[in-house]
Design a protein around this ligand. Structure first.
Ligand SMILES: Nc1nc2c(ncn2[C@@H]2O[C@H](COP(=O)(O)OP(=O)(O)OP(=O)(O)O)[C@@H](O)[C@H]2O)c(=O)[nH]1
Ligand SMILES: [Mg+2]
Length: 342
């Protein structure tokens, strides 16, 4: 209620009002920091400048509309094209932050996968700093997917421990392995665990091949034991970390690698100016499309009326994000989500 009133009174724009909700629901420090920056208006400021830029172009184009017959133009097609290009670049930059924005707000699912006995459950316990998963010398200890939520370097991570990947005759274990593969398919990040104290096996190579298709960190565990092979033997990988779940060695490197593997752009550069809502992303894509139309119209020397129409559509799309042009129904839906915020 308070937030809605603040919006209606014009003290907060819509993106800021949404940031209030994000702040309440933030699942990590990073998510909270981004929400706070948005509440302070960093995103709104950028959107306001984009909208202002488009408005200025629109004014020029509209001024020309009344004089088309006389052949007077107020802005040259080249200047208009340049203006549109500049604004498109800024919008494109925002759209590019959306994938990481989603990660910051919602977190990721990371799966610990590998052959039996490599130390997956031990690593889960070490990362959550608690004795959650059963650890035993016996290969095939974990049968089901186990889920724990951890905060890794400010990122909310849903960490899955899975059954060791191998061919088995045991029905229960086979079902466990099937679930491991399911978890691998759905994961945002694969932590491919290898035991460096044992020879590399076909299952290890299979897992590495599968992991390369997604964001992944290759973890060479049991580094406290004598190594049977060199890291070079597994071929080129994006990120390799050596750990010992037993002694705790390398765990800080693993945390760094997890964050780096999913947040490639380096959050520090974009923090605050980041798209964290699908609604915003959709609106920006809509604005982008309208600007593409403007470019096409310019290329085909269409009348300024057409160009003005598409410019106006782009302005409205940007306005929707900050709530300048948002219809009541959408507003109601957004504020309905504030069930905790009252
Ligand atoms: N020396 C050493 N032993 C480890 C390390 N990590 C795990 N172990 C031992 O390896 C054995 C298997 O560990 P788990 O964590 O149960 O292995 P897992 O990959 O979960 O095995 P499954 O559930 O059977 O697939 C246990 O005896 C652990 O104590 C390590 O870094 N160094
Ligand atoms: Mg296990």
């Amino acid at each position: 209620e308070f937030t809605k009133r603040a919006f209606l009174n014009g003290r907060l724009d819509l993106a800021q009002a949404e940031a209030v909700m994000d702040l309440i629901q933030a699942r990590s420090e990073t998510g909270m920091r981004v929400a706070l920056e948005q509440l302070r208006g960093r995103l709104s400021e950028e959107l306001g400048q984009i909208r202002e830029g488009l408005l200025r172009l629109l004014v020029e184009v509209e001024a020309g509309v009344d004089f088309t017959e006389e052949g007077i133009t107020f802005i040259s097609p080249d200047a208009l094209g340049n203006g549109v290009q500049k604004v498109s670049e800024r919008i494109g930059h925002l759209i590019n932050t959306a994938a990481e924005g989603r990660i910051v707000r919602e977190g990721i699912t990371a799966v610990l996968a590998g052959r039996p006995n490599v130390g997956k459950s031990s690593l889960l316990n070490a990362l959550v700093r608690a004795d959650r998963a059963i650890v035993a010398d016996l290969p095939g200890t974990t049968r089901d997917v186990l889920e724990e939520f951890v905060n890794i370097r400010g990122l909310p991570v849903r960490l899955l421990d899975t059954a060791g990947l191998r061919q088995s005759l045991d029905v229960v274990e086979r079902e466990g392995v099937r679930r491991s593969h399911e978890a691998l398919d759905r994961a945002d990040l694969i932590l491919a665990i290898l035991d460096r104290s044992m020879p590399l096996a076909a299952e290890d190579r299979q897992l590495l091949a599968q992991a390369q298709k997604k964001a992944c960190v290759v973890v060479l565990n049991k580094s406290d034991l004598p190594a049977m092979w060199e890291p070079g033997e597994i071929g080129p990988c994006s990120a390799v970390v050596m750990t010992s779940a037993m002694s705790g060695g390398g765990l800080e490197d693993l945390r760094d690698a997890i964050r780096a593997a999913v947040l490639k752009q380096g959050l520090e550069a974009t923090e605050g100016i980041m798209i964290t809502h699908l609604r915003h992303q959709t609106a920006l894509l809509g604005a982008m499309e309208s600007l593409d139309h403007v470019r096409n119209s310019l290329a085909q020397q269409m009348p300024p009326e057409c160009i003005a129409l598409d410019l106006r559509a782009a302005i409205n799309a940007i306005g929707e994000i900050i709530g300048e042009t948002t219809i009541d129904e959408v507003l109601d839906r957004i504020f309905q989500e504030f069930c905790v915020g009252k």
